[in-house]
Design a protein around this ligand. Sequence first.
Ligand code: HEM
Length: 572
Amino acid sequence: MLNNLKGKSAWRRYGQWGGCLLLLATSLLANLPAYANPMGRPATPGAAPTPVNTRAKEADHPIFLPMIRQGAVASNTAQQRDCLAPEQTYGRMFASLPSATWNIDDLQLLALKSMAEEELDPTPEGEVDDEENTDIDAGYTYVGQFIDHDLTLDDRPNDLTTPIDPQTVKNFRTPQFDLDSVYGAGPTLSAQLYEADGMHLKLGAPLTGSSDSGAADLLRDNNGQAIIGDPRNDENRIVAQLHTVFIRFHNKIVDSVRQAKPQLSASQVFSEAQSLVLWHYQWAVLTDFLPTIVKPQIVQAIVRLNPTPNGPRWQTTLRYYNPCMNMPVEFSVAAYRFGHSMVRALYRLNSTLPNRLPVFSNTAETTLNLGGFSPAPSNFAIDWKFFFPMSAPRQVGIPQASYKIDGSLVYPLSLLPLPATGSGPANLAQRNLLRGMQLGLPTGQEVARAMGVRPLRDDQILVGKASGDAADTVAITTISPAFAGKTPLWSYIFAEATANAYKVQDGHTVGEQVAPFRLGAVGGQIVAETIVGLLKADPTSLFNNSFQPSPAFTSPGGKFGFKELIRAAIAD
Ligand code: HEM
């Protein structure tokens, strides 16, 4: 596991992951690789952490400045919100609910039970795997991760246990759908991301292996480190190529704006293209991603597109989100981490690679897994039909399904690369559960009651794979009685999704699956309200501008989702 990753390579990979912000801060770290000392972590095992002056760091590295869209109203959400709290920290959606605590050993046990064992004999390709959520294509997992990296980054060291007030924790991403992960701080302040014309974003080396002739890796420096707005988008090959799809979409739109309006200056073209990219992306989030991962009835009650005599109008109803709470930790540390359970163990990238590849494994050999933070093997071009329904008819594996939103994470997610002497767990379930307690989250049951929803009974809170085989799950209270009536919010949202998909009682699923695995009353409400609330609070978002996706990109019926965005981006 962790210790099998040797010395520098392990430091390197973790540093780029956990200490994203220092990726470009080589000047701070003189003789060390840039990735070796994320956020004050000891560069030498056993040495005291070096204090890092965050302000100086941001000033030195303009890529981390909050993005201000050229030509758009500068980010004035603080004024709009009329809030005293600074907007760049975290907050609580249910601030009056008590913070839940457990014995750390109990959380560790829950984390271990939430992590599947290594699958030594995986379900063969072409057969349906009982962990697959056939209602959600695998691409949505990485759209979810990409969105996460646009909205929230709590980049602190490996202390996951000292309680901390979310209001004091800085969010290193703007809590807006502004793709600061892609645009950085724009062509002037993040010039390294842009072509000399100040309009197009740069791509890296071409990739082969699929029919997508424009497929490319991320732009990289001589050390192979990605030069992008948020280094986490290099964490695996799928999210990395999704990032390049966004770059290609932006570049396409730049070309069409230039063609349509040759009189515009470069900065005007950039600004207009950027707004169009963002609004298309926001449209796809609202109309495609959200109803795919949250029960549609919940989405409908929060956001609707109503026909009016003056054209369609968005209508929103928020019950718990208010813009003064900043990025709610109920979203960033629990509900929106639902995506960790959608990650598959194995993925097929294209038809030319002989095998599916594990999302992570214990090898530094880049051709053997999909772990990132290094140049992609040249034949790793993604054929998007394996991730979205790009071509009809559907077949098993085309596209691949995501895994179920249930109380089980695949084994490779217990292999997060960490420094050999690091203090943080390499197991993602442990990190999520500890982080949730550290930031003072309430229990799932408390949130349900606060929403006027009847909480699930303890025997309905399942941990483990909701495969349909009763033996694969247990009731949470069999792990420890400490969880009686008191489920960590992250685990609770999985239990809800499972209880939507199956009848659940006595710690097991009963009978056949009856509905898709989607986020339910608590998880779905937190996720949908936060996404809609962030868009509402942003005066430059599609809610505050009349926008319809370009008919050049839509499918019949006017649909514009992530499939359509990818199709538009990669079209010759
Ligand atoms: C292979 C896929 C993924 C890997 C390896 C991964 C790994 C991680 C890691 C290591 C963290 C930091 C944990 C901590 O220390 O607290 C994290 C945070 C997070 N992840 Fe993932 N993740 C993946 C996919 C996803 C997906 C699909 C989603 C959502 C749909 C997601 C949502 C989040 C969120 C919201 C955070 C908190 C970000 C922050 O506020 O800093 N992740 N993930």
